[in-house]
Design a binder for this molecule. Structure first.
Ligand code: DGL
Length: 266
């Protein structure tokens, strides 16, 4: 048993798609969440900048004495996770590997598509992992506007703007044989209802969910689950806490409070 909190971070709201799953799977865990709303998006930044931001984010969560950190950000998982693992002794998890494995189990056609940020698709991480695991056909789609849509609250099923952008980025997948789409950025599951309208019948893989399942299994196997905590989540952001609270409320379907911190001073 280990009652220390779990740290979760993302560039903004996307990591909440993982928090939502963690709360269902690990209802006793205390979570400390950091959303880097002052510096979002990460996916259009250079690898050096993403690594520097990610290091500061982990350092901030480390100050809470966390027992594990989930980089609930596809971009950080793709670009900075190996680097972070060398710098920190806390167990660190990302959202890429388990999503790739799940997609391989799901596909019937053997054609898997990945939607991600420019940095994630450009890193080639999903392509490498999927081909190492034996996949022959991969299609990558960088969808940089998706993060802005989610951060601005344009993600409901009937949102016309969200539909047009999803169609523009992902419509080309119809007719390619891709039957499985990895939502390789944790913001993207928030857009899942709209993406499914553009790609009916395509199985969507939620990386936050797959990472949450893995984290539960890992903590359980190491006897590190909390039995006494009440499942509360402390939210921290680097800018605009009220704006974060408002959009997060809609997505999580309950009220939250976010505190602002200066991440550059951590
Ligand atoms: N949720 C982040 C990811 O998974 C968004 C990245 C960004 O800020 O561009 O990649």
């Amino acid at each position: 048993m280990d009652n220390r909190p779990i740290g979760v971070f993302d560039s903004g709201l996307g990591g909440l798609s993982a928090v939502k799953e963690l709360q269902k799977l690990l209802p006793n865990e205390h979570i400390v969440y950091f959303g880097d709303t002052g510096r979002v998006p990460y996916g259009t930044k250079s690898y050096e900048t993403i690594k520097r931001y990610a290091e500061q984010d982990v350092r901030f969560l480390e100050s809470f004495g966390v027992k594990a950190v989930l980089a609930a950000c596809g971009t950080v998982s793709a670009v900075a996770l190996d680097d972070l693992k060398q710098k920190f002794s806390i167990p660190l998890y990302g959202v890429v590997d388990d999503a790739a494995k799940k997609a391989l189990r799901e596909t019937k056609t053997g054609v898997i598509a990945v939607a991600g940020t420019e940095a994630t698709i450009g890193s080639g991480i999903f392509e490498r992992k999927l081909s190492n695991y034996g996949l022959s056909r991969y299609i990558g789609a960088a969808c940089p506007l998706f993060v802005a849509l989610v951060e601005c609250g344009f993600y409901k099923e009937d949102d016309e703007v969200a539909y047009q952008v999803c169609e523009r980025y992902l419509g080309f997948l119809r007719g390619t044989g891709a039957d499985t789409l990895i939502l390789g950025c944790t913001h993207f599951p928030i857009l899942a209802p709209v993406i499914s309208k553009v790609l009916p019948g395509v199985k969507l893989i939620n990386p936050g969910y797959e990472a949450a399942v893995k984290l539960k299994e890992t903590l359980d196997n190491s006897d590190l689950l909390s039995l006494e905590n009440d499942g509360k989540v402390d939210y921290y952001v680097s800018d605009q806490p009220i704006r974060f609270e408002n959009v997060a409320n809609i997505f999580l379907a309950h009220d939250i409070e976010a505190k602002m911190i200066d991440i550059e001073k951590v």
